[in-house]
Design a protein around this ligand. Structure first.
Ligand code: FA5
Length: 346
């Protein structure tokens, strides 16, 4: 028993002084090695002892073995800890290092905000097809075949492998979210209140305010007695909520889009200068924002609705433009630059 106590003390001293994991391993072999460990050898003599001796020595031997093992393991953990490796004191009370997390893109932030406002007014949010065809992008929207108005949309055509493909089936990347108007109307009966936020594509040369890929948010209401007054009220309520103002002044100018009659450009009084004139409104006091109008009856016809039963309004605002105004971004190309100095600000 005395030998065991001495061996334990010796082992613990050696473990305390060890300064590498290989030394600790050598100590383990010296005391607890399977064949010739000093403690192991004593344990191996146990079977030859009397029952009385076994009763006294057995538990002590196990206890010593356990203590040495625990000390060896603790030493290994201590030697592997960063504290030991750098030799520096580790202050566990210091606040942690905040891990880098991703950011929502400003377009996503604006899109979600716009969706929430329209949802609170009873609108449904639909996603749309980015790959569409000439039928939904133009023809079903009352663009006459080969009409020059289609040219202004600088559409990206997808190569069609089929021979003799009909004009209306030619595949294109959608040039505006209006491509979803007839598609949604075909599958739903009025009353309808829908918005379609999404990506659009135009084969345009880019500058500070034009991109080949940008975001719009289409919206339309269809019912039996929808008027221009409903259109103005809805868009004013949206602008008040988006710019967090009690009142906004808007004006309608005539605008031409084959799928609305009458068609308008809705401007609102510049929030930055209060209508006095500043660089944002190009000194006019007004910001051009939302093309809109009353839905043409031919669009309802394309959707298979009965003649002259329904009326409705539609609008298509530039989400990218809304984001630029909200965050004071002066160059649209920053949105898709992938520059983290830009993205990390949101
Ligand atoms: C349209 O696209 C119509 N579909 C809008 C509409 C819908 C009218 C429903 C009536 C009823 P327009 O081509 O003007 O219209 O585009 C609408 C908005 O999209 C513009 O006001 C602008 O904010 C944005 N936009 C258009 N082209 C680009 C571009 N290349 N880069 C960035 N934003 C653009």
């Amino acid at each position: 028993m005395q030998d065991l106590q001495q061996l334990k003390q010796q082992a613990l001293n050696e473990i305390r002084n060890a300064n590498s994991t290989s030394t600790v391993e050598q100590i383990r072999i010296k005391f607890l090695g399977r064949k010739s460990g000093l403690v192991t050898k004593i344990i191996q003599t146990l079977p030859s002892l009397s029952v009385d001796q076994k009763k006294r020595l057995g538990p002590l031997a196990n206890q010593v073995k356990h203590n040495i093992n625990q000390a060896l393991n603790n030493k290994i953990i201590a030697l592997k800890s960063p504290d030991h490796q750098t030799g520096e004191f580790f202050d566990t009370t210091l606040p942690g290092i905040r891990p880098e997390i991703g950011h929502l893109h400003p377009i996503t932030l604006v899109s979600r905000e716009v969706e929430e406002i329209f949802k609170s007014m009873g609108f449904q949010v639909h996603e749309g097809n980015e790959l569409t065809d000439l039928h939904y992008n133009f023809l079903a929207l009352n663009f006459p075949k080969d009409h020059p108005a289609m040219d202004s949309y600088d559409t990206f055509f997808i190569e069609n492998k089929e021979k003799d493909i009909k004009l209306e089936n030619k595949r294109v990347m959608r040039a505006h979210t209006s491509n979803m108007q007839v598609k949604i109307m075909e599958s739903k009966k009025p009353p309808l209140r829908v918005i379609v936020p999404g990506r659009c594509f135009r084969n345009e040369s880019t500058d500070a305010s034009h991109e080949h890929t940008f975001y719009q948010c289409e919206g339309f209401i269809v019912d039996e007695k929808i008027s221009v007054a409903n259109l103005i009220y809805t868009l004013k309520e949206f602008l008040k909520a988006y710019f967090k103002k009690d009142e906004v002044k808007v004006r309608l100018r005539p605008g031409y889009f084959p799928f609305v009659e009458p068609g308008f450009e809705l401007d609102f009084e510049c929030m930055i200068c209060g209508g006095k004139g500043c660089p944002v409104c190009k000194q006019t006091g007004w910001v051009e924002l939302i093309p809109c109008g009353m839905i043409q009856q031919n669009v309802f016809k394309s959707a298979g609705y009965p003649k002259n039963k329904y009326t409705g309004f539609a609008f298509g605002m530039g989400l990218t433009r809304l984001a630029m105004m909200k965050y004071g971004i002066t160059d649209i190309r920053l949105f898709m630059s992938g520059d983290l100095r830009f993205n990390n600000q949101f």
